[in-house]
Design a protein around this ligand. Structure first.
Ligand code: HEM
Length: 530
């Protein structure tokens, strides 16, 4: 394989060592023993019972019995590809992350696109958010940008994530329906949690129906921090902009395609790469100086808000090209493990409460999904940066650690990995002060202004599609009080929108526009809490 990563093929070399080819090989057991017959069990006589001693039969069946692992709790349906990232403009003024400062470097990457709600075998073209997760194999360690194709999220605090996902997933008794946005529980959650409104506008728009993964934007969603050599921090939002532009399917098309070719987006990605028409994306950043933290009419820590590009333009500083399909879907696309906590020096977190909960969730879920603590050793997860530490043992340990001592500090093992020094990760020294409370800041309380901004930015036909989507999806909700509750919420976004939706879902249209206080209290909420 040529040097497709344009100068840095360390990841390819690492993977080359792990490739297992059947070409010219003889069939063996897992122990390397050549097999004489794999079609007939060992039996007592031609028509007699199978014998316990048939180790080949037992091994073959046992391995098969254990082939499945749990699917991801969310984003179970995915498609992946390798590629490379090149930086065109150094961000050295803002960060020490080498892959964002050295324009001579090429960084290998693995990307996994996904739907959120459906199971592993579900259709690609459903109305849903799409995951856009990127693992950068940098020389300073893996950096994972675990984003979506929409710039905001449904909830502000990760403690609501289990509630939200339970509302989105099929109902517990019947496992009906599979479609993500068409049922009572989701709409019930939405009417009772007004913070979902901005994201629901995106979800009911054509953004939820991407034509191709090569025609889809990506967003890191949260505000992160870049930290430079002087220790100065800058807030940052990460963006992916597809070279082909952003294009969607029409709703009718998606339904037909889901029936005729449920693997539509997966096949499209695979075929583009096989035929050399590589998907390309520009990497962009929105940068906000620390001193401007409170300069906006929303909170930078609130993941239900965008920073409007008119206010802070996206600086396009690099390019991502996806140019190689995986060798093996299970080994790579299924076993890849992304985690927001995988950062490199010069990139740090903020106190966004959704981000903070995610920092716990990914590693935790992967411990069960991938069977113990050694999944970072899997070929797709293994960094190209050297890994040296005192972690030992555990299921599926594949490294042969040398030396007598596995503790810090030690004087026995012929060398103890040094701690600290240049290039080591240091956390940004943010000053933190406060009482321990369960209460969200008032600066998170406006749930409607940006939903209105989104609606107003739509053309007439885009608005038509959004109204059509609300009517179709909400119209399937059996409970009148939920349909009314959602319409009431929509009235706070835009009166015309609410009236049009109401007319399509069989509820009384709201009489006049809701108060313009942007609903710091929600009627549905107070009703539910009464
Ligand atoms: C998986 C994005 C919020 C928990 C994923 C994946 C993406 C993603 C792209 C798929 C990764 C892959 O392809 O393997 C996001 C974004 C969020 C968000 C952009 C909000 C801005 C959350 C929250 C939680 C969470 C709040 C929990 C508190 C998970 C879990 C998985 C997952 C458990 C499965 C991971 C695995 O099994 O490997 N998320 N997510 N996510 N997410 Fe999130």
């Amino acid at each position: 394989m040529g040097d497709r990563t344009g100068g840095d093929d360390r990841k390819q070399q690492q993977l080359d060592h792990r490739r297992v080819s059947p070409e010219g090989a003889r069939l063996t057991t897992d122990q390397g023993l050549r097999v004489d017959d794999t079609d007939n069990s060992l039996s007592a006589g031609e028509r007699g019972p199978s014998l316990m001693e048939d180790f080949h039969l037992r091994e073959k069946i046992t391995h098969f019995d254990h082939e499945r692992i749990p699917e991801r709790v969310v984003h179970a349906r995915g498609s992946g590809a390798y590629g490379h990232f090149r930086l065109h403009e150094s961000l050295a003024e803002y960060t020490t992350a080498e892959f964002l400062t050295d324009t001579s470097l090429t960084t290998p990457v693995f990307v996994r696109f996904s739907t959120v709600a459906g199971s592993r075998g579900s259709a690609d073209t459903v109305r849903d958010v799409r995951g856009f997760a990127t693992k950068f194999y940098t020389r300073q360690g893996n950096f994972d940008l675990v984003g979506n194709n929409m710039p905001v999220f449904f909830i502000q605090d990760g403690i609501k994530f289990p509630d939200f996902v339970h509302a989105v997933k099929p109902e517990p008794a019947s496992e009906i329906p599979q479609a993500s946005s068409a049922h009572d529980t989701l709409w019930d959650f939405v009417q009772l949690q007004p913070e979902t409104m901005h994201m629901m506008m995106w979800l009911m728009s054509d953004r939820a129906l991407p034509r191709s993964y090569a025609m889809m934007e990506g967003f890191g969603v949260h505000t992160f921090r870049l930290v430079n050599a002087q220790g100065r921090a800058t807030f940052v939002k990460f963006h992916w902009k597809p070279r082909l532009g952003t294009h969607s399917l029409a709703w009718d098309e998606t339904q037909k395609i889901a029936g005729k070719n449920p693997d539509f987006n997966r096949a499209d990605l695979w075929e583009r790469i096989e035929s050399g028409v590589f998907p390309e994306y520009e990497f962009g950043v929105q940068l906000v100086p620390e001193e401007d933290e409170h300069a906006f009419d929303f909170d930078l820590l609130d993941p239900t808000k965008i920073i409007p590009e008119e206010q802070v333009p996206v600086r396009r500083v690099g390019t991502l090209v996806l140019d190689r399909n995986p060798d093996n879907f299970f080994a790579e696309t299924e076993q890849v493990a992304f985690h927001l906590g995988n950062v490199v020096p010069g990139i740090d977190f903020t106190n966004d409460p959704l981000l903070q909960a995610r920092l716990f969730s990914y590693l935790d879920t992967q411990l069960i999904r991938l069977g113990g603590p050694n999944f970072p050793q899997l070929p797709v997860n293994r960094p190209v940066a050297p890994v040296r530490n005192h972690h030992r043992d555990g299921y599926h340990q594949t490294d042969l650690h040398q030396g007598r001592a596995s503790y810090h500090k030690n004087s026995l093992s012929g060398g103890c990995p040094a701690v600290g020094g240049e290039g080591s990760y240091t956390h940004y020294q943010e000053r933190v002060d406060g009482h321990k409370i369960r209460k969200r800041s008032e600066s998170f309380a406006d749930h409607y202004s940006q939903a209105t901004l989104f609606w107003n930015s739509m053309s007439d036909w885009e608005k038509e599609h959004i109204v059509g989507a609300f009517r179709f999806e909400l119209g399937k909700c059996d409970h009148r009080h939920i349909r009314e509750g959602v319409v009431e919420q929509l009235d706070r976004v835009d009166h015309d929108l609410a009236v049009q939706v109401a007319e399509g879902v069989g509820v009384e249209p709201p009489r006049k526009a809701a108060t313009a206080n942007h609903g710091r209290t929600s009627p549905a909420l107070s009703q539910a809490n009464a």
